[in-house]
Design a protein around this ligand. Structure first.
Ligand SMILES: Cc1ncc(C[n+]2csc(CCOP(=O)(O)OP(=O)(O)O)c2C)c(N)n1
Ligand SMILES: [Mg+2]
Length: 311
């Protein structure tokens, strides 16, 4: 755990060992006792760790398998981006295009929900870009408001916010504030008609999805009525048109906030917290159910242990 004090380590298996690096002594072991606690600046620590290696480390079968697994993951994201379940766009498909709107030092502001999972997977997050989210409290409604702060603090940088429809509808009035201060922020709403993250939690724990689906307004229309630019995205043609429109607006020195309201499939993101894929750990039945649930076939996306054995 490098430069972090992730509260979810409390929920790790008791037999999991970990090392924590943090420059604040008070953060070391605050969530759970690690095997080794290192009081250091993370960047300095990692650089010194690399410099301390006498030579290039040998390529282990684990490294090679992890590299292949990573390549498979990127192929999976591309495949998801191209899928049209029941004719609808996927979040991966929308965000892949949104990522092309970013420049070298874009600031992303992310909301909370499945939209966080999709955004952290699909946006490029290049070295000089910046991302913030409500990592500690996990507060929905963060992104649009954080976009205002980012654009005021860094007026020369492009700002893109990504929200779910639940989080966006909590703070939609902040679009008026963006209009009032003429902040040309690009706000993306991923519209899946419900609290997707909670739907997935409930489904995974065998509970009903009571009161988790809701009606949306046409958020692009609402944005227009607030004096922003609203772009409604329902299919490939309107997605391409919206991205083109944003590029044209950026070129023309636009000063008006933009809301891209994208209707997406209600399918949840692939669950990676606990993947039943490993023939050495999971039963054949568990693997079959997991792979079928997320359309994640073994020939394309083998388990890491299978890849290690192949090396
Ligand atoms: C202010 C607030 N209320 C409730 C929650 C609990 N919560 C976490 S994710 C989520 C659902 C988010 O729905 P939406 O914004 O539509 O995003 P999606 O998961 O559908 O992408 C809820 C209710 C929260 N994190 N913050
Ligand atoms: Mg939603």
């Amino acid at each position: 755990m490098v430069g972090s004090a992730n509260s979810f380590v409390r929920f790790l298996d008791k037999n999991v060992t970990f090392i924590q690096v943090n420059d604040q002594a008070s953060e070391l072991g605050r969530q759970a006792a690690g095997t080794q606690m290192i009081l250091a600046d993370s960047g300095t620590y990692l650089q010194q760790l690399i410099d301390a290696q006498p030579d290039r480390l040998p390529e282990t079968s684990f490294l090679k398998a992890a590299q292949r697994s990573r390549a498979n993951w990127l192929k999976y994201l591309d495949a998801r981006a191209a899928e049209r379940p029941e004719g609808l766009l996927t979040a991966e498909g929308v965000l892949k295009e949104v990522g092309t709107l970013a420049d070298a030092d874009t600031i992303y502001e992310l909301d909370i929900g499945n939209n966080t999972v999709w955004a952290t997977r699909s946006l490029p997050f290049d070295q000089n870009q910046k991302m913030t989210m409500s990592a500690w409290f996990g507060a929905m409604g963060y992104a649009v408001s954080a976009g205002i702060a980012a654009k005021i603090a860094e007026p020369d940088r492009r700002v893109i916010t990504v929200s779910g429809d639940g989080g966006f509808s909590m703070i939609v009035q902040d679009i008026l504030t963006q209009v009032q201060y003429q902040l040309p922020i690009i706000n993306v709403v991923l519209e899946n008609g419900g609290f997707g993250f909670i739907r997935q939690e409930k489904a995974n724990s065998g509970q009903s999805d009571y009161a988790l689906n809701f009606k949306n307004a046409n958020w692009a229309g609402v944005a227009e009525n607030m004096g922003a630019i609203g772009l409604r995205v329902t299919d490939d043609a309107s997605l391409t048109a919206a991205i083109q429109k944003c590029n044209d607006l950026i070129q023309a020195g636009n000063t008006t906030p933009i809301v891209i309201d994208a209707i997406i499939s209600d399918q949840p993101p692939l669950e990676t917290g606990r993947m039943a894929l490993d023939p050495k750990v999971d039963s054949a039945d568990e693997i079959k159910v997991f792979r079928a649930q997320y359309n994640f076939p073994a020939d394309k996306y083998p388990a890491l242990s299978t890849l290690i054995d192949q090396n």
